[in-house]
Design a protein around this ligand. Structure first.
Ligand code: IPM
Ligand code: SF4
Length: 466
């Protein structure tokens, strides 16, 4: 009898080219995604060292971090310093012969959204990108992780990487989610229960009834936050939900190859008696929408809860966030609301927010922005009229990119004469200054961001969805 293995061990074993010293393995890398912030360095360094890409057809690039997301964007509307990145990425990509999803290309969008949307990443494949949230793509059942630019160079030059086999962790979400509670709430609940380091060093399989009930987009939201849990990566085993979502996508296999691939992917599921280095079970029954109150994603609580009264753990965070111990989270006034990022800017996220906003208006003085995660998401949302719901409610409707998830220097939540300090945001990081100097970020689901934008303060979306 072959030894029982979990899905991570199976994908790993299928990608080992050679066993090396000190427990390291040489791993086959199936795809590499590059973005405008790290891509220029990777391609530039490769060119300077006189090396070529091993398989340019397996390497892709997209514009996301640096580009402007205001309507009518182009090279001319880029902030100072941004243009050099964009132009060097463009010329580097051309010289390297890789497909680049540039501004104006219908395939453009945030790396971790377009890799799935285009079928570039497939179940059971290994993909890397010079970005910590590459784990998002675990949502389709792939083993994916973020690397630095030096490893990025190695990956494109050889389609391989050297790595130590990861420890594995099983996180089961049992029970059923209540309406108005989503994958983002599951992720924040997990991180607040076990800490922002709770998954450190592990590759996680998310499983259980509540995970099986999520669509691929919501599974991607959950996997996106694996790195905020300290994990190396996270994934959800592919199933019929995944196959239905993936079939027909631009780079997905077709015809007989598709059928062969599906049979192979089904075989990757963890064996029932597989061993894990760690296991957790989280019950989703009664889980409330979550919102962060501190400066790491683990400092979060249910929307009806209070800021913890235990000052020893939270004092610096509360000082930065300008919150009092024991203060109720619901009702904290906000200056801005942001829906976007590789965590929560797919079509289902926009639908969720629009369901809350429909026929309602954003509170006076709140700057509200929605940034679709890809041009394809934007176009699909427009085709079903979601843009009109957002605009009528008082949201700005933007072009796709990372935008204000990450302060790159070119954009801010301020309005003329008003400095926006407190933001409720569908993103994944709430570190000091993450969304701009002095900006205080509260992480939440798109539904909670929408409800809060309407109320002008942190608010529960559930009554608005009833
Ligand atoms: C700029 C990039 C390298 C960075 C990352 O690695 O994650 C960014 O995407 C982020 O979310 O902080
Ligand atoms: S959307 Fe935010 S978290 Fe995601 S890749 Fe861009 S900057 Fe990083």
């Amino acid at each position: 009898m072959p030894e029982a293995r979990n899905i991570i061990q199976k994908i790993w074993d299928q990608h080992v080219i050679a066993q090396m010293d000190e427990g390291q393995s040489l791993i086959q890398v199936d795809r590499v995604m590059l973005h405008d912030r790290a891509g220029p360095a990777v391609l530039g360094a490769l060119r300077e060292s006189g090396r070529a890409l091993a398989q340019p057809a397996m390497v892709f690039g997209t514009m996301d971090h640096i580009i402007d997301t205001h309507p009518g964007r182009g090279d001319d509307t880029l902030f100072k310093g941004g243009r050099a990145f964009i132009q060097s990425f463009r010329s580097g990509a051309r010289a390297a012969g890789i497909a680049l999803f540039d501004i104006g290309d219908p395939r453009q969008g945030i790396s971790h959204i377009v890799s799935a949307e285009q079928g570039i990443v497939l179940p059971g494949s290994v993909m890397v990108c010079c970005d910590s949230h590459t784990c998002t793509l675990g949502g389709v059942g792939a083993l994916v992780w973020g690397i630095g630019t030096t490893e990025g160079e190695h990956a494109v030059a050889t389609q391989t990487l050297v790595r130590t086999k990861p420890r594995t962790m099983r996180v089961e979400f049992s029970g059923r989610l209540a309406p108005g509670v989503s994958a983002k709430d599951m992720a924040l609940a997990m991180i607040s229960l076990y800490g922002a380091n709770g998954g450190a060093g592990h590759a996680i399989e998310f499983c259980g009834d509540a995970v099986r009930g999520l669509d691929v987009e919501a599974r991607s939201t959950l996997c996106n936050m694996a790195v905020e849990f300290g994990a190396w990566t996270g994934l959800v085993a592919a199933d019929d939900t995944t196959f239905d979502w993936l079939q027909g996508r631009a780079y997905a296999p077709r015809g007989d190859q598709w059928n062969t691939a599906v049979a192979h992917w089904r075989g990757l599921a963890s064996d029932p008696d597989a061993a894990w280095d760690r296991s957790l079970v989280i019950d989703c029954t009664g889980m409330a929408p979550q919102v962060s109150w501190g400066t790491n994603p683990g400092q979060a609580a249910g929307i009806a809860d209070r800021v913890p009264a235990d000052l020893a753990v939270s004092e610096p965070a509360l000082k930065y966030m300008d919150l009092r111990p024991g203060q109720p989270l619901a009702g904290v006034p906000i200056d801005a609301a942001f829906i976007g990022s590789c965590t929560n800017s797919r079509l289902s996220d926009l639908r969720m927010a629009a369901a809350v906003l429909k026929g309602r208006k954003v509170a006076q003085g709140v700057k509200a922005i929605v940034v679709p995660g890809s041009t394809a998401v934007k176009q699909a949302a427009e085709a079903e009229g979601l843009d009109r719901i957002f605009l009528a409610a008082g949201f700005e409707w933007r072009e796709s990119g990372c935008s204000l998830c990450f302060y790159a220097g070119g954009d801010s939540f301020d309005s003329p004469g008003r400095q926006a300090r407190r933001v409720i945001s569908s993103t994944n990081r709430n570190f000091e200054g993450r969304q701009g100097p002095g900006v205080r970020t509260h992480l939440a689901s798109p539904a909670t961001v929408a409800a809060s934008a309407l109320a002008g303060c942190i608010a529960d979306p559930r009554p608005l969805l009833a």
